[in-house]
Design a protein around this ligand. Sequence first.
Ligand SMILES: Cc1ncc(COP(=O)(O)O)c(C=O)c1O
Length: 439
Amino acid sequence: MKVPDIKVTPPGPNARAIITRDKAYIATTTKAAPIVAKRASGSIVEDVDGNVLIDFAAGISVLNVGHTHPKVVEAIRAQAGDFTHFAGTEFYYDVQTRLAERIAKLTPGSHEKKVFFTNSGAESNEAAIKIAKHSTKRQMFIAFLKAFHGRTQGALALTASKAKHRAGFFPTMPGVVHVPYAYCFRCPYKLTYPSCDLYCANIIEDAYLSTIAPPQDVAGLIVESIQGEGGYVVPPPGWLDRVAEIAKDNDLLLIDDEVQTGFGRTGKMWAIEHSKAVPDILTMAKAMGSGVPIGAAVFPAKMDFSESGVHSNTFGGNPIACAASLATLDVIEAEGLVARAAKLGAHLAKRLDEMKERYDFIGDRRGLGLMQATEFVKDRQSMRPDPKIRDAIAKDAYEHGLILLPCGESAMRYIPALNIPLEVLDSGLDVLEGSLRRA
Ligand SMILES: Cc1ncc(COP(=O)(O)O)c(C=O)c1O
């Protein structure tokens, strides 16, 4: 494929006008770069001043099948022409039931499952909290330090990735006990894998469930198979299996947050499939609708709500979102994108590893499939996190036509669409290499 000419100028008059209005009227949010989109296709974004950029952010891991995939656009158009909303929690329509059946069959475990449709990742985790509390009649949860599960008050109680998310918002939902995650690059216990014998998993049972979190009061343990916002932290082999075993032995529901890792991103449909663990509840959103907001909590049918109305919403299972989601799944299957993420991910990891060899300020490269990250450090001796150099590289990359997103304290994530052409991936990596050289 011919890679389009990358062209970037500082925000022009069109972009500046929109950014000014945004600042005046839209609540303050993160804003990684002053890119004002006009149109996008595949992994290429055009802005309102005619700049053309390569997208390694995929709308925060949403556009797994790329921007404006023709099959997804067609499905949205067709459904919009039929009906745009009918309140799927109050009435019936086929596109919702078809998606529920497909999702139930696609998620790990051969048991009978049910699906609760939501509009976001946070809302999927809110649903998981209620399903777990309702079915176990218990109130407490185990979650992990640096985890991200959303910013609404219930999900926020599980989230522990940055103090600013929580500062000033107490009390959140009580009863959540956070334990350290398996962050081997900076082991919280200063141990080394495998001689650590998975100490950070065992301690959940040995030190927490035996003291401050009595299992008979704990509804579930929620885990990201790869910590996303926390810095793309990949646990070592065996860790997730051990965590799942501890949950099972202590009769805790295993809640698997696949909001960022799902839909083929890591080279498996669900990141938990890199282990043998089978979750009780699985939550998803992001890539599910290729940008049309939709999420879900999938859970054993036997845990269904005892009566109607215990949990519900207005927009969950919206027909346009369901149509977009079914088309997204069709594309993932037809284009073999799960296997492609694994294959292209190996190429991406190799090139990032080569960059790590060349630049002392890259302390770590980690990831699975097309969910990769590098962690920036002051130098290899101290390994002190260096968010400043990370941010400077992200800015320089944007100025040279590559859209990137940070994660964790000093990491950069690389999460292109799973169908990004190899040439476009390599062009983006060439831009990155230039930014590293200039840093
Ligand atoms: C693992 C995980 N869970 C939940 C969420 C929250 O999703 P949303 O922003 O759609 O509420 C995110 C968002 O980044 C996430 O990465």
